[in-house]
Design a protein around this ligand. Structure first.
Ligand code: MLT
Ligand code: MN
Ligand code: ZN
Length: 301
């Protein structure tokens, strides 16, 4: 299985348009930033599954040759899997409207419902190529297939993780709005655990991550009050459903016990001090042998 981090940043990216925090200033000055959260996975290197459809998907696909059209018209993107219904993970679906056929999109039922109603992406897309909405049933491993039903060699199992509904759907009926994924390569046995958003390291996360070759985990915030310190009138990390990295009970303390061979932070917010290579927070992450994910980072399992 090949895995490419297409985008390592949380919603807003780095720099975020209206943010003057040190990381965003530095990114503007260097002309280098990070795009929003998405990962591409492939068992055969030819047909790819995109995990979360970011608003930066156009530049992300352009940046990686394996994702370019193999012929005059077409795409190696065989399917999309959504782990939540947040704007940063779903807006990119609108950018795929030129597709020649209905796009297979796997998502938990709660997310599919949001995309047909409160955030009506599926309804809008139905006037274009349309979406082949497929349900990821919790705890039931499925073989991912392309639009024609041909197996992609990847077995995917979704498990609900602790979070809250997206801000645009506070009153949505109780459902699962966030899952973590365990993706297994059927040929090599390689195991990839993908948990870009999680409010805690609980039994669900343990199940997903246990013994994985690579675990990608929610690296949104270092501290609970980080956004407020950056001048934003915002809820805390925990209120947003993101377990902070630092401090007692933070993910840095808990992730090493999960037994994943490699652990990588993704979905990193632009305010997070781990983005600065010289910060003492970054040094703590490195001392724990956890990798700070970067756009374009690749793994082969
Ligand atoms: C999240 O991951 O918490 C959301 O994407 C935040 C947002 O609204 O950008
Ligand atoms: Mn997000
Ligand atoms: Zn910033």
């Amino acid at each position: 299985m090949r895995i490419i981090i297409l985008g390592s940043a949380a919603g807003g990216g780095v720099p975020q348009w209206n943010c003057g925090c040190p990381n965003c200033v530095e990114a503007r000055n260097r002309g280098a930033g990070r795009t929003q959260s998405s990962v591409a996975v492939s068992a055969d290197g030819e047909r790819w599954v995109v995990l979360n459809a970011s608003p930066d998907l156009r530049t992300q696909f352009a940046a990686h040759a394996p994702l370019w059209p193999p012929s005059k018209r077409g795409s190696p993107i065989a399917a999309v899997v959504l782990t939540d219904g947040e704007i940063d993970h779903t807006l990119g679906l609108l950018l795929l409207r030129e597709s020649g056929a209905r796009l297979p999109v796997y998502a938990p039922a709660g997310v599919t419902a949001l995309l047909g109603d409160e955030w009506p992406v599926y309804r809008v897309l139905s006037a274009y190529s349309g979406v082949d909405a497929r349900t990821l049933e919790e705890g039931r491993p499925i073989n991912l297939t392309d639009g024609a039903g041909v197996t992609l060699g990847l077995c995917c199992s979704a498990t609900a993780v602790a979070r809250r509904p997206p801000r645009y759907a506070r009153s949505a009926p109780t459902a699962t709005f966030d899952v973590g994924l365990r993706i297994n390569d059927e040929r090599t046995g390689g195991a990839f655990a993908y948990v870009p958003t999680a409010g805690g390291v609980d039994d669900s996360v343990r199940r997903i991550a246990s013994g994985a070759d690579v675990l990608m985990f929610d690296g949104t915030f270092w501290s609970d009050d980080e956004l407020r310190h950056a001048g934003a009138d915002a809820p805390s990390a925990r209120e947003m459903g993101h377990l902070p990295i630092g401090g007692p009970g933070g993910s840095l303390e808990l992730l090493p016990s999960l037994g994943a061979k490699r652990t990588v932070y993704v979905h990193i917010n632009n305010t997070n001090p781990i983005l600065s290579p010289a910060s003492h927070e970054r040094k703590q992450v490195e001392a724990a042998r956890i990798v700070v994910g970067e756009d374009g980072m690749e793994f082969e399992l």
